[in-house]
Design a protein around this ligand. Structure first.
Ligand code: HEM
Length: 272
């Protein structure tokens, strides 16, 4: 079963369920404003979300079953699934099959649509701004002149304009526009506002990314701004936090950083 095979029915089903779950998660939910209504799930968001989540978990079950059939009794260590199955076989109580299904669930939900939607936005912005696309292409062509292969991870630091394109895309189109809901564990005062204990906190990074007090011409796609600004999305510069910040910052940041640059870079390098 190969998720990367675009014509496989599993990968299509899986993609549709992930997309549907993320769309449901991004919809305004009346229960966020009136928590007393949570139980009634008036918009059916929870009910529909649970259906898609169940489908995804079933697909993982099939993947795990198939691997269990093909793998021999000895412990193999070929990929993440093998390593997790080894852990599970060594001590089922320490790492159960259910833990495995849910670990894959969170990794795939958090790590697929976020990267693909950022890539789609980057391509859309570049297509609407052909001079910026040309600038990105010439930077890549120049660097790769004497190299035979497509962009590698080690090339990323030498591609400042490509890096600026990714930052500018995440500024304008953060895939998690409100980050992930957090909860205040005690009363806290921030700049004169009291946030009461247990309040749900949504951080509007979409609005921060377009705040005219922070960015000049905030609605314009201008990667050049990042060539001068020393601002990064590592969680230290609060004007650009598409991955969040602090203790719960996205653990996939480094992987996403590499994937975004390599994928966008090789698309620009190889297609017109
Ligand atoms: C453009 C790509 C991505 C963006 C913008 C992004 C953004 C985020 C954000 C905003 C959060 C919540 C942070 C918070 O609680 O405030 C998060 C959490 C998370 N992300 Fe990412 N992410 C991306 C890619 C990935 C990838 C590739 C993976 C792994 C394969 C991943 C795995 C996770 C996980 C497991 C969490 C939950 C962490 C926790 O609950 O503490 N993400 N991400």
């Amino acid at each position: 079963m190969d998720f990367a095979q675009y014509d496989s029915s599993y990968s299509q089903e899986f993609k549709d369920d992930v997309r549907a779950l993320l769309e449901l998660g991004g919809k305004p939910n009346i229960s966020d404003f009136f928590p007393v209504l949570k139980f009634f799930d008036l918009q059916g968001l929870l009910r529909r979300g649970n259906l898609h989540a169940k489908n995804i978990l079933t697909i993982f079950d099939k993947v795990i079953d198939k691997r269990l059939q093909t793998r021999s009794t000895s412990l193999r260590d070929n990929d993440v699934l093998d390593s997790l199955l080894n852990l599970n076989q060594m001590d089922e109580s320490a790492f159960s099959r259910n833990d495995m299904r849910h670990l894959f669930f969170v990794l795939f939900i958090a790590g697929t649509d976020t990267v693909s939607s950022t890539l789609e936005w980057a391509m859309a912005e570049l297509i609407h701004n052909p001079s910026k696309l040309e600038k990105a292409r010439s930077e890549i062509t120049k660097l790769m002149e004497n190299k035979k292969n497509i962009i590698q991870e080690s090339d990323i630091p030498q591609l400042p304009y490509l890096q600026a394109v990714i930052k500018e895309t995440l500024r304008l189109h953060p895939p998690a526009p409100f980050l992930v809901p957090h909860q205040a564990i005690h009363d806290v005062e921030i700049q004169g506002f009291t946030v009461p204990k247990n309040a749900q906190i949504l951080c509007n990074v979409w609005a921060i990314g377009r705040d005219p007090k922070l960015w000049s011409h905030p609605e314009m796609f201008m990667p050049e701004r990042f060539l001068e600004l020393k601002v990064d999305y590592g969680g230290q510069d609060f004007e650009l936090i598409p991955f969040g910040a602090g203790q719960r910052i996205c653990p996939g940041l480094n992987m996403a950083h590499r994937m975004l640059h390599i994928m966008l870079g090789s698309l620009i390098q190889n297609f017109d």
